[in-house]
Ligand binder design. Sequence first.
Ligand code: ADP
Ligand code: ZN
Length: 298
Amino acid sequence: MKLLYGGIELGGTKTVCALGTGPDDVRALDRFPTTTPGETLRRAAAFFREAPQPPAALGIGSFGPVDVDPTSPRYGHILDTPKLRWSGADVAGTLGDALGLPIVLDTDVNVAALGEQRWGAGQGADPLLYITVGTGFGGGVIVHGRPVHGLLHPEMGHVLVRRAEGDAFAGHCPFHGDCLEGMAAGPALEARWGTRAEHLPEDHAAWPLEAHYLAHALVGFILTLMPQRIVLGGGVMHQRQLFPLVRQQVQTLLNGYLDRPQVRSEIDAYVVPPGLGDRAGVLGALALAQTAHAPLAA
Ligand code: ADP
Ligand code: ZN
């Protein structure tokens, strides 16, 4: 019998579980709202318990901040978060106890980056940067095939960006006000324009301004990490008209500084939407389980 793997994308608003071996071989999939830790993790455990075949290992892509250091006693615990009921929740331990499986955990964006590199729009690109612009703003980075960690996992949403001229919006981050997430994530758009981002028309003034902040962020990340490609996902990036606006502003800001075709004539293939669409996170979690337990698959 072929070994199957489990993936869980634990998101701030929804949770997705999948069983399979890759995008073309998903044997079961379920989505449900992220509520309390107890209820959410019980439902995830039930999904795998009732699955047609138990997975060989389970990968989790979690919202952060979360302890991703496998040598830490708090590995797999959610750290202090404004999402109050989740502060301190032992995600990996709870699921490990419930299912008795090997578990590996990383951030939602690091696993999405891993999934995109293996099966999606990031194939052949390393370093690969994956960014989500959704309820939060997050970035995951793969270098030499592995998600980047250091003091913690990257927290790219909270970098500081240059204000657009005449922009008086205070910003929406409870910690920093006008950091990147505070200016450009979905809730910031809603606070600024008084309506949910998905209800803003395609030609609304919101989008060039959004592109300003995304492009400033991208230029900083490009110059720091020199990624071979950047995948831009998350709900807000469903606004496809943002892509040409962002690419153009990236080029304007770089002003010819980086002499690489990827940021010049080939930028359409450099800043791209996810190849796995909204399944990037859960499939990435599956890829993480596979990667971590490759010996089992051999
Ligand atoms: P999450 O970040 O919770 O995993 P999403 O990536 O779907 O979920 O992000 C949700 C955010 O994206 C919300 O702020 C929502 O207003 C915004 N959003 C969702 N769909 C669209 C859309 N089509 N256009 C613009 N914004 C959207
Ligand atoms: Zn912030």
